[in-house]
Write a protein that binds this ligand. Structure first.
Ligand SMILES: [Mn+2]
Length: 195
């Protein structure tokens, strides 16, 4: 059974087409008109071994906020749809990812209960034209829509590009594990019987 989904979402602020295959090989085709987010989503696909296609146009003449947040929403919706009833998935995943001087630790639980812990202290600066505070906006939108408990803890780090890159790679690697099917798991991994 294919664990994939395609979603098109159109609002007055953004127009987004996104497809994901959870059992892919890390192929990213990303074109969001936000270059730094293209870079992040490309490595999210690669390190999560998801096949991910994103085409987005948004009101970037204002700033990148709506576009980044809305892509987080649609990525969450698509991953949730691709997971279906979540039968047989590992549910939890974790990773620790270094990037030079930075270390990011990520723990994910595809519990159905949205909660983001984001211990990422960054100065309010831009990477290119990308406000680094949009990192939190992206992950919050994703968490709300996929229905996950996601803890992103940057233990230490200095370079803001490295810090956000380690976060995206860490989330990708944790979600790769959490979304995998374990043949030993009968039904959903919950004593409640529902995720
Ligand atoms: Mn980079």
């Amino acid at each position: 059974m294919s664990r994939s989904a395609s979603i098109e979402r159109i609002t007055k602020e953004t127009r987004i087409k996104l497809s994901i295959d959870l059992d892919g090989s890390g192929q990213g085709k990303i074109c969001t008109s936000v270059p730094f987010l293209d870079h992040m989503l490309d490595l999210f696909a690669r390190h999560g071994l998801f096949d991910l296609t994103v085409e987005a146009k948004g009101d970037i003449d204002i700033d990148f906020h709506h576009t980044v947040e809305d892509i987080g929403i649609v990525l969450g919706q698509a991953m949730k749809e691709a997971l279906g009833d979540k039968k047989g998935i590992r549910r939890y995943g974790q990773s620790v990812v270094p990037m030079d001087e930075t270390l990011a630790e990520v723990v994910a639980d595809l519990s159905g209960r949205p909660y983001l812990v984001y211990n990422v202290v960054l100065p309010k600066v831009k990477i290119g034209d990308f406000d680094v505070e949009l990192g939190r906006e992206f992950f919050q939108a994703f968490v709300n829509n996929v229905g996950a408990n996601l803890h992103i803890n940057v233990k230490y780090g200095d370079n803001v590009h490295h810090v956000l890159e380690a976060c995206f790679k860490g989330v990708a690697r944790a979600l790769d594990i959490a979304t995998q099917v374990d043949p030993r798991i009968d039904g959903v991994l919950s004593t409640k019987g529902k995720l």
